[in-house]
Design a protein around this ligand. Structure first.
Ligand code: 5GP
Length: 120
């Protein structure tokens, strides 16, 4: 993946519903769907519907403040819907050394088991 390109990602096809996903929550700004390769009993990805240059958190600009807040709030809604609001983890991998693989900003919401820290 090229972190600098504006190339479309698989998430565009998930947003357009060309590729099916298991949607947990959706509003006008964000989409939350189950990760295809879950790392915990609950593993949901929360993404902005409009990428607008947000290939990764490390590219965030002032204009993204509103959507960044909406994404975090959506993570809390997902945790509630999934019954893990008493204990869950939110992860953002930004860039290759953090193992980011899809260059459309996404939050991982993980829970349903005891999480370990540090994550490694
Ligand atoms: P990253 O490694 O970039 O932080 O996370 C990308 C995540 O997207 C991975 O956890 C991966 O399993 C998930 N993923 C990749 N392709 C698909 C897909 O087509 N559908 C779904 N639901 N998840 C995907």
């Amino acid at each position: 993946p090229n972190a600098n390109s504006g190339a479309p990602t698989i998430f565009d096809k998930i947003i357009s519903k060309e590729i099916p996903s298991s949607i947990v929550y959706e509003d006008e700004s964000v989409l939350a769907f189950r990760d295809i390769s879950p790392q915990a009993p609950v593993h949901v990805l929360v993404i902005p519907k409009l990428r607008d240059g947000l290939t990764q958190l490390g590219k965030a600009e002032k204009r993204h403040e509103e959507i960044l807040g909406q994404l975090l709030h959506a993570a809390k809604i997902v945790a509630e819907k999934e019954g893990i609001s008493d204990g869950f983890r939110v992860v953002i991998n930004s860039g290759a050394s953090a193992c980011q693989s899809v260059y459309h900003l996404h939050l991982h919401v993980l829970g349903g088991r005891q999480m370990k820290w540090p994550p490694g």
